[in-house]
Design a protein. Structure first.
Length: 258
């Protein structure tokens, strides 16, 4: 990616310490943007990886904000050319948290579209599959947990995964801002990988990491998602194997795997 596209432009990234948002901050800085990044606590160790990014000293501003406090984002978004809203508070008590998470995200998007229409806001929604790849935030993300669980022998969720590499996701976000014709919703589905395909890859490339030598052939009906709209943003999807490899390297580097 070339730098310089964002010179003299200011953007806001909410929930900046998360997996996708951290990469988003990194690439925005590389492209010359000034970034106002909201976090719950700017002085927390969870934000150290952001302060260490190239360009952070000159063009990164960490701002304290909480989605549950009305008005706390006003100063962060004021004067911005664009806002990347990745923060999402999901509070629930349930035996199926993933189901409630999906519901909360759906309702949040419905509210966002309604608000955008009523207030004349140019809104674009990005919907990735399971995001995988290298990470530099200190805590695990969902995609990394999926790979870690497979390595540890958990085969309770033997279904196809719709993977998308983290840099493809972040680039799509940035292109949604930079491409004038970008509009509506974009589904990001880089590759569909069968559960057994992932295990074969792990056996071939990381055999010493696997907690179980058992390799089960459990093929499920495949999933097809159109890539046409995503490619209109200039996205060339990365093979899932690259994302898995990057994820594993980060897991080892950060001590989640020995």
């Amino acid at each position: 990616m070339m730098s310089g596209e964002g010179e003299e432009k200011v953007v806001c990234v909410t929930g900046a310490s998360g997996f996708v948002a951290s990469w988003l901050v990194k690439l925005l800085l590389q492209r010359g943007y000034t970034v106002k990044a909201t976090v719950r606590d700017p002085n927390s160790p969870k934000t150290e990886h952001l302060r260490e990014l190239d360009g952070a000293k000159e063009r990164l501003h960490l701002i304290k904000a909480n989605l549950l406090e009305e008005g706390s984002f006003d100063s962060a978004v004021d004067g911005c050319d664009g806002v990347f809203h990745t923060a999402s508070p999901v509070i629930f008590s349930s035996d199926n948290p993933q189901e409630w998470y999906s519901l909360a995200k759906t309702l949040a998007e419905e509210a966002a579209w309604k608000f955008a229409k009523e207030n004349g806001i140019d809104l674009v929604a990005i919907h990735p599959g399971t995001v995988i790849g290298p990470f530099f935030q200190p805590i695990l993300n969902f995609g990394a947990e999926v790979i870690l669980n497979l390595i540890n022998g958990d085969q309770s969720f033997a279904f196809p995964y719709v993977f998308v590499e983290i840099r493809d996701v972040v680039y799509a976000h940035i292109r949604a801002l930079e491409v004038p014709k970008a509009s509506g919703r974009y589904l990001l589905a880089g590759s569909v990988a069968q559960h057994s395909d992932i295990l074969k890859f792990l056996h071939e490339h990381y055999p010493t990491l696997l907690r179980s030598g058992k390799l089960e052939e459990k093929y499920q009906p495949t999933i097809k998602v159109s890539q046409e709209r995503a490619k209109s943003l200039g996205i060339n999807f990365t093979p899932w194997e690259v994302g898995v490899r990057g994820c594993i390297e980060s897991l080892m580097e950060k001590g989640f795997l020995s």
